[in-house]
Design a protein around this ligand. Sequence first.
Ligand SMILES: NC(=O)c1ccc[n+]([C@@H]2O[C@H](COP(=O)([O-])OP(=O)(O)OC[C@H]3O[C@@H](n4cnc5c(N)ncnc54)[C@H](O)[C@@H]3O)[C@@H](O)[C@H]2O)c1
Length: 255
Amino acid sequence: MSHPGRLENKVAIITGGGLGLGEGIARKFVHEGAKVLLFEINAANGSKVASSLGSAHALAFEGDVTKLDHWQSAVQTCIEKLGGLDIVVNNAGVVHNAQASTEVPEAEYERIMKINVSPLYQSAKAVHPHFKKQGHGVFVNISSISAPRPRPNLVWYAGSKGAVSAVTKGLAAEFAKDGIRCNAICPVAADTGMMASVLGGTDTEEGRAVVMKGIPLGRVANAVDVGNAACFLASEEAGFITGIELPVDGGRALQ
Ligand SMILES: NC(=O)c1ccc[n+]([C@@H]2O[C@H](COP(=O)([O-])OP(=O)(O)OC[C@H]3O[C@@H](n4cnc5c(N)ncnc54)[C@H](O)[C@@H]3O)[C@@H](O)[C@H]2O)c1
């Protein structure tokens, strides 16, 4: 007997869905029956992933997650072209090269804060009226294990993700009465294009070995790990879970 997918008949916006963890989340969601809108600033990558998933399941949307009018248009596009909106995954994010905190250029600090934090505001503004009206909705926000466990050299990044985690919990408390759940995922260093920055600018075997030493399960995270966690939190299996930070970290935060 075949079982329905965990996200059957659901529609999701996935920001940064054209690469890395966002692509993994999109693939898992489609595998579990969802339709996805890939909200990407990199139009070529968004279109590539959408066409590999098939036009019946995925649509690329070119936009900048820091802009409220882009969010409003993404929500409208979802409703008109995909038939609704049930889930928002705030995944798009950026990191600075790991380095001493006082050496990070001011423009880089401002870029990190803007791209990692402000979309939580814009997505809440644009999506909450729709979720409230239909009486349900889910936000899954990609934070980082550096939020609860900050360490040297990625301090401003950790600060931006601390804001993601705090805002997720605050919105969970505020939106619960509207039937809306909000949860965060906290991955450890993952095997994406971000790895080079996390290692200080260059992705090397030696650098990875140092990171892996701090992860009890002995490897870095990947897009499948994060896609699975996002699927669970977005699904009705997690219907009584809101306001959590779920580590996907191989035990990193234990040390
Ligand atoms: N890779 C890691 O080690 C790691 C660890 C913990 C948390 N995270 C978080 O996971 C998320 C995804 O990271 P990743 O490693 O897949 O990164 P990535 O660089 O591989 O992909 C990020 C995607 O976001 C898109 N994007 C960036 N700015 C955007 C904007 N303003 N509007 C729309 N799209 C935009 C990019 O075009 C890109 O496709 C980020 O929030 C990151 O902070 C990553």
